[in-house]
Design a protein around this ligand. Structure first.
Ligand code: SAH
Length: 270
């Protein structure tokens, strides 16, 4: 059985904790009473984060099994509806109305239960995606790429640097015939996109720090006049993220539980 390196961290100041944690590249974060549980790709990355985050905080390294993950994530057992789209685990009957995305809850982040995923699902539905090239940066379970395809986008590409995420995205693609044609690629999006064609719409549900640090690479993913949907940032990081995209127009903004999603429009070529 696969085990995932994780840290349980207790800290009253969650915002500060998330900001500090961000630099250590957690692959997923779960909020827990009094703190968070953060997952890492390797035990070495987890241990480095544990050392750096230690001062004044209670930090406990743990190994989480697949089974524990599924059991602890009771919330994953329900379906979530955002606008016309319902994200459901395979064992629930499909909704008769609207667009349905079946997601098998696993390590791939993106079951629709995190506010940032919902904010992105909402933002995608505000755009006319018919025939538009869409890129999902940090696709996780593939949920946003699958949603874009159901909304008529074509071609749709999802990229993730975590091979486990891409494996789960590929599995989810098999569960969603209506979304066939989506391509999932493993790799850092900067490297993957340097060889690809820019998209009409890119959606990047990452973290505030990554959205700032990778602003150039993300900007290059979008055609002139196209849109970039960003989320994964906290309200406290909003100004920094907006400032990292000079010349872009902020077209839409929504918040849920302190999490922010922005729709930015790329400057048209002059
Ligand atoms: N899009 C999904 C999952 C978001 S979680 C949703 O909205 O629910 C963020 C994902 O980004 C993780 O799966 C992580 O592995 C991936 N990621 C982080 N940095 C990346 C990078 N530089 N290149 C590619 N993927 C990255």
């Amino acid at each position: 059985m696969k085990r995932y390196p994780a840290l349980d961290i207790l800290d009253a100041d969650i915002d500060l904790l998330l900001a500090d944690l961000d630099e250590h590249g957690p692959t997923a974060i779960e909020e827990r009473p009094g703190g968070i549980r953060a997952f890492f790709t390797t035990a070495a990355a987890r241990d480095a984060a544990a050392r750096a985050l230690g001062g004044g905080r209670r930090v406990e390294p743990i190994e989480v099994s697949d089974e524990d993950w599924a059991r602890c994530s009771q919330e994953h057992l329900t379906a979530v509806t955002v606008g016309r789209i319902t994200v459901t685990p395979p064992w629930l009957a499909a909704e008769p109305n609207g667009l349905v995305i079946v997601i098998n809850p696993s390590m791939g982040f993106g079951t629709g239960h995190h506010p940032t995923t919902r904010l992105c699902l909402d933002a995608l539905q505000q755009l006319d995606l018919a025939g538009q090239a869409v890129l999902d940066v940090g696709t996780g379970s593939g949920v946003l790429a699958l949603a874009a395809r159901l909304l008529g986008a074509d071609p749709v590409v999802g990229v993730d640097n975590d091979p486990d995420a891409i494996a789960s995205a590929a599995e989810n693609l098999m569960l969603n015939r209506a979304a066939s044609g989506v391509r999932f690629l493993t790799g850092d999006f900067g490297a993957v996109m340097s060889t690809g064609t820019p998209a009409n719409v890119a959606v990047a549900n990452l973290t505030g720090a990554v959205l700032v640090r990778e602003a150039r690479a993300l900007s290059a993913c979008v055609r002139p006049g196209g849109r970039l949907i960003v989320s994964g940032l906290l309200d406290s990081e909003r100004a920094g993220v907006v400032g990292a995209y000079p010349g872009w127009t902020l077209e839409r903004e929504r918040q849920e539980e302190g999490w922010v999603a922005l729709v930015l429009r790329s400057p048209a070529r002059v």
